[in-house]
Design a protein around this ligand. Structure first.
Ligand code: FES
Ligand code: FES
Length: 195
């Protein structure tokens, strides 16, 4: 079946379809264009001002842009990962006003003028954040995809004092999923920084 999709007949079929579309009368094209404009939501572009990792950015973006997409696609801060894009994996965790948030569920427009910290903003120059260092020392990552989100949550876990027991750490960190199963190293890293 798959092979048939790319057969000579397929290419002939698609090219004749393209040729046929070119012959569609302009009145019909205009009709569909009009329909499209009526049915698709209108983009609303807004100028946003964000303070990310202590730097101020002014960007134009659709009002529906998530903080995650704005960080990755407009500001090129790709350390924050897009996993599920539905608030279920924690890969996109950043801090807003020092508190962890899921950037895939946060509109960029909602965090204007508030300090946002991403994984890129944790280190002080060449000096890694203690949690980054602990992840390295305790093998807190394997493939590393979930790591930025895990580290952002881990920092919040320590800052908010949820490190009294392994169970408490696991409960706090339960929104951050790791498909590689680096959980033991992650818990150890948090305990190390909390000591
Ligand atoms: S990408 Fe945001 S929770 Fe998964
Ligand atoms: S280290 Fe691979 S997903 Fe967590």
């Amino acid at each position: 079946m798959e092979k048939q999709k790319y057969s000579r007949r397929f290419f002939l079929g698609t090219s004749s379809m393209a040729a046929a579309l070119a012959l569609v009368p302009s009145g019909i094209k205009a009709f569909y264009q009009d329909l499209k404009t009526r049915l698709l939501p209108v983009k609303s572009i807004q100028t946003l001002s964000l303070i990310v990792n202590k730097k101020t950015y002014t960007v134009k973006a659709d009002t529906r842009t998530t903080l995650l997409d704005l960080l990755r696609e407009e500001l090129e801060l790709t350390g924050t990962k897009k996993g599920c894009d539905h608030g279920q994996c924690g890969a996109c965790t950043v801090h807003v006003n020092g508190e962890r948030v899921l950037s895939c569920l946060t509109l960029a427009a909602m965090v204007q003028h508030q300090p946002v910290t991403t994984i890129e903003g944790l280190a002080e120059g060449d000096q890694l954040h203690p949690m980054q260092q602990a992840f390295i020392e305790c093998d807190g990552f394997q493939c590393g995809y979930c790591t930025p989100g895990q580290i952002m949550s881990a920092v919040a876990c320590v800052n908010e004092g949820h490190t009294h027991s392994v169970e408490e750490i696991k409960e706090f960190m339960s929104g951050n999923l790791c498909r590689c199963g680096a959980y033991n190293g992650i818990v150890e890293s948090i305990q190390k920084v909390a000591r």
